[in-house]
Design a protein around this ligand. Structure first.
Ligand code: AMP
Length: 608
């Protein structure tokens, strides 16, 4: 049976988990860390770096290092979040061919799903190394409040990474699964999930028989830890400006250092009351003089700077309760998910709002990936009994005359769901009908997210009003929307062209998949070479150390001189294979090296 991994593809960090027997476990990466930074970089030599290694070089290579790509996934160019990212990102963002967002690293432009695919691919490798087998199936989590475009783009990222995403589940739902699965929990709970870039709150009913029913979900896909960091950065920049009349934000390297220092200070202030921010030589003045930045930040100041952000999360919690038609005191447990929930002010706000201490039994960084792994196993294995009923976070509808939004499927409807609507032709012999499908809560179509322009083509030629097309709008369990149509009289399926989608075309995804495959082959070859090189270097060092002794013991005899000469030749050939990076030749020499080593050991033992 195929193993399914669960991946929490986070804004700041990602985490991968798998079922081990009846228990979900987080898989550590090679460095032993349970989470991997969702950071991708390209070095000057064109090498791709992902994770900790990318994070470590982010200050010196700020322009070619992408962090928090999740904030841009599935977004259209002309939107507020993208404009805001343009102001704060250290890497280049440009408009893509479909009104989408592309990222410039060195001389290449990447789509956002491509960048996310690199993180997914890294998580896949982490899992494959640990399990010692190839992995092709995954359950990937997304913020509950992600719309169809964002979900579709995440699915594309999976495809590019060579992963079959068998299900997309919402992060808070995954957390609830990890909390309640197999434990006979029978409660109504709230999940407060504040991560690096997004905020979600979901209310769920968990039944003792493995039924997880989401009653409602609300959120903000542009509210998270990065906004808290930004407040600290603003504060530091303003202070520096007052003191030196210099805007340090203009220097990309300085900005990256500020960003790191701000995040570090924020995290520290979760456990201490005061911290020192110290950035020596942050910029130089026009007179070649280096300036330092040194300030102390108290927890109190941090809380004041971020008060409104926390208040926004509380407002969203209030809205979630209203939509779930529940009072705060009907919530029987509150789960805290996401790194930001370690901040004491966040915990206080949640405790105050729900009038209860939040549950401390789940690990905020790991619970989502664990839940995804549980869901993955349940999907391929009947043994794991569980029923998961999630909802659509946004209403689905179409644009009608006058740019109004006609709602077809309301927000918080349990998925999968579908709704059919009949369209009739309004002109004689009309052969095409255009439908604009959107998601959102506004009555004004323009305020909602356009998912696509669906054009029904090749309609039967008939007088107006005589062709009736039934169009079915469907939202599947991944929260992804599809549209089908049929002619009601002939019962023939009607073809639909999707035109205004902001995602990637099938051809683009296909060519990116090929690119990613090539990368994986190169990477595995590289790893194989590095592994062989390491073994060769160890053997070489041992042989070199033994040579003088061997020479002393047997060098006087012909066969001994022969053996030493042969050994030197093997050493030279090994060196040459390493210089050429020829893995096959190196592996051949490894055998020779091992044989020579055995022989040398024998000689030394006899001679000693
Ligand atoms: P996540 O997306 O769940 O990995 O959350 C990452 C966010 O949590 C980032 O903005 C981190 O800076 C933040 N974070 C992690 N640890 C802490 C901490 N101890 N205190 C405050 N924020 C934290």
């Amino acid at each position: 049976m195929d193993r399914v991994i669960g991946i929490d593809l986070g804004t700041t960090n990602s985490c991968v988990a798998v079922m081990d027997g009846d228990e979900a476990v987080v898989i550590p990466n090679r460095g032993g860390y349970k989470t991997t930074p969702s950071i991708v970089a390209v070095t000057e030599a064109g090498k791709r770096l992902v994770g900790h290694i990318a994070k470590r070089q982010s200050i010196t290579n700020a322009e070619n290092t992408v962090a928090a790509a999740k904030r841009l996934i599935g977004r259209k160019w002309n939107t507020a979040p993208v404009k805001s990212a343009l102001m704060t990102c250290s890497y280049g963002i440009v408009e893509g061919p479909h009104g989408d967002v592309r990222i410039q690293l060195r001389d290449k432009t990447y789509s956002v799903p491509e960048i996310s695919s690199m993180v997914l691919q890294e998580m896949r490798v982490v899992a494959e190394d640990y399990l010692g087998e190839a992995v092709s199936k995954a359950v990937v989590t997304v913020p509950a409040y992600f719309n169809d475009n964002q979900r579709q783009a995440t699915k594309d990222a999976g495809a590019i990474a060579g992963l079959d995403i068998i299900r997309i589940i919402n992060e808070p739902t995954a957390a609830a699964l990890c909390y309640g699965f197999g434990k006979g929990v029978d409660k109504t709970i709230a999940v407060y999930d504040l991560g690096g870039g997004t905020f979600d709150v979901s209310i769920l009913e968990i039944g003792a028989h493995g039924v997880f029913k989401v009653i409602g979900t609300t959120g903000d896909t542009f509210l998270g830890g990065e906004d808290f960091d930004a407040r600290i950065i603003d504060w530091l920049v303003a202070g520096f400006q007052d003191e030196h009349q210099i805007d340090i934000r203009k220097d990309r390297m300085a900005l990256q250092r500020l960003r790191d220092a701000a995040e570090k200070a924020k995290c520290e202030l979760s456990s201490v009351r005061e911290t020192e921010i110290n950035l020596p030589f942050i910029v130089s003045t026009g007179r070649n003089e280096a300036l330092h930045l040194q300030r102390s930040l108290s927890r109190e100041t941090l809380e004041r700077l971020c008060e409104d952000l926390i208040e926004r999360t509380v407002d969203i919690c209030r809205q979630a309760l209203v939509e779930a038609k529940l009072d705060a005191d009907e919530i029987e447990d509150v789960l805290l998910v996401g790194g930001m929930t370690r901040m004491p002010a966040v915990q206080r706000a949640v405790t105050e709002f729900f009038q209860r201490e939040p549950n401390r039994g789940v690990h905020p960084d790991e619970v989502v990936a664990l839940g995804a792994a549980i869901q993955g196993a349940a999907l391929v294995d009947d043994k794991h009994e569980m029923i998961l009923l999630d909802v659509t976070p946004h209403a689905l509808g179409i644009m009608t005359f006058g740019s109004y939004f006609e709602e077809l499927i309301p927000q918080n409807t349990t998925v999968p769901t579908s709704r059919a609507k009949i369209f009739t032709t309004s002109r004689d012999h009309q052969t095409a009908v255009k439908i604009l499908v959107m998601q959102g809560e506004s009555k004004q179509a323009g305020d909602n997210e356009l998912l696509g322009e669906f054009v029904l083509t090749g309609l039967r030629s008939a007088p107006k009003g005589q062709v009736e097309i039934e169009v079915t709008f469907e939202i599947n369990t991944d929260g992804i929307v599809s549209v089908h149509a049929k002619d009601l009289e002939t019962q023939q399926a009607q073809s639909i062209q999707v035109t205004a989608s902001s995602g990637l075309t099938t051809d683009e995804v296909q060519s990116m998949i090929e690119g990613a495959k090539e990368y994986m082959v190169e990477r595995r070859t590289d790893e194989e070479f590095e592994g062989a090189k390491q073994s060769a270097e160890t053997l070489l060092a041992e042989l070199e150390a033994m040579l003088p002794e061997v020479d002393r013991v047997v060098g006087g005899a012909d066969f001994g001189r022969d053996a030493v000469t042969k050994a030197r030749q093997v050493i030279e050939r090994t060196q040459a294979a390493m210089d050429r990076r020829d893995t096959a030749a190196l592996k051949e020499q490894l055998e020779q090296l091992a044989r020579t080593q055995r022989m040398f050991k024998g000689v030394v033992a006899r001679g000693g």
